[in-house]
Structures are given as C-alpha cells and as structure tokens.
Design a protein around this ligand. Structure first.
Ligand code: URA
Ligand code: SF4
Length: 184
C-alpha cells in the first residue's frame, strides 16, 4: 500500500501483473476528486475507455452522467474507478486471476480517498468487493455497511441501455446516496 498518489500511479505504469495487459491501449486508472465523499466502482474499461484512458466515457458513461445530472451529482466531485484497469477482450467478465492482481490498486485508491460511500455498479463490483454470495438483483438499492464505509449496490449503467425500466431504480439509488450525504 502506498501513502502517496504519485507512488501508486508510478507503481501501475506499464503494469503486466495479469494477462489483460496484452490487449490494452491504455490503463484506465480512475478519475475524479481525490477527497471525494463518494466513489463509483464499475467493472472494467470498454472500448471507448481503453481508447481514452478514462472510465465511463462511452454510451454507458453518458447515461450515468445524465443520471448524475438528474440527482445533482457533479462528475468532478466524485471519484470513478473500476475493478480491473485494463479492458477484457470483447468486454467479457474479468477473470478471477485478473481481479486478484488488479484489485489491490483499487483498495489503495479507496484507502487514500477514504470515501463515506461507495456505489457498486453491477454484479462484478458487488461480488468482488462484498462477497461472491451476493446477488445484484436482491442487493441493489439497500445500504450495506462494512468497516465504516456505506455501500450502495446498484445496476451497472450498461444494464440501463438494455432495459429502460432499470433507469428508475438507478436514479432512486443515486438519490439515496445524495440524501445520505445531506444528512451525514
Ligand atoms: N463499464 C465499466 O464497468 N467501466 C467503465 O469504465 C466503462 C464501462
Ligand atoms: Fe495490471 Fe490491472 Fe491491467 Fe492486470 S488489469 S495488467 S493487474 S493494471
């Protein structure tokens, strides 16, 4: 664990700890406010993210930005990261060995940011952070407290592209986060 962002960022440069390094254009480290009260954690970069080196800049990200606007979250006031930082081929799920190698970078980011709330975007984020036994369909929208951090699992933004009806849930879940921060 590094105590300084510069050291952490230096340590990930040219990372080849897992096989996802082979197909990437860019490592998508994460972006946002390093003192954020809220962190958003996705799954891994898609094609647009890989190209631009920034999380959630493609279609799913644009939809997430719209939801942010709806509830009054500013993208620059939160921190956005992913479980794995290099794009899995054909956007497949990250594999266990890849997550095992990569997740320490994310843990270090969490430790440096010390967020009050972490929003888990979809099943991959939920299961790798809070436990493989959890289901996104039953966990979403419900607070889970662990080691002083409040977790809010919700749909992955890409799921909203496939199923419009999930948008309402997503916005409601974000609203719970906004309300929590107003009261804490
Ligand atoms: N999907 C993710 O899980 N993360 C991104 O950064 C983009 C799409
Ligand atoms: Fe390194 Fe993570 Fe990329 Fe794997 S996914 S090469 S562990 S940065």
């Amino acid at each position: 664990m590094f105590d300084k962002w510069e050291e952490l960022e230096e340590s990930i440069k040219d990372c080849k700890k897992c096989k996802l390094c082979q197909g990437r254009q860019n490592i998508v480290f994460g972006v946002g406010n390093k003192k954020a009260k809220v962190m958003f954690i996705g799954e891994g970069p898609g094609a647009d993210e890989d190209k631009q080196g920034e999380p959630f800049v493609g279609r799913a990200g644009k939809l997430m930005n719209l939801a942010f606007q709806t509830v009054g979250i500013k993208r620059e006031e939160v921190y956005i990261g992913n479980i794995v930082k290099c794009r899995p081929p054909n956007n497949r799920d990250p594999e266990e060995d890849e997550v095992r190698e990569c997740i320490n970078y994310l843990r270090n980011q969490v430790k440096l940011i010390e967020p009050q709330v972490i929003v888990l975007l979809g099943r991959i984020a939920l299961q790798n952070i809070l436990g493989k036994e959890l289901k996104i369909t039953t966990s979403r929208g419900k607070w889970i407290e662990k080691k002083g951090i409040q977790y809010m699992p919700t749909w992955h933004p890409a799921a909203l592209l496939r199923d419009e009806t999930k948008k309402v849930d997503f916005i409601n879940d974000l609203q719970k986060v906004v309300d929590f921060l107003h009261n804490n």
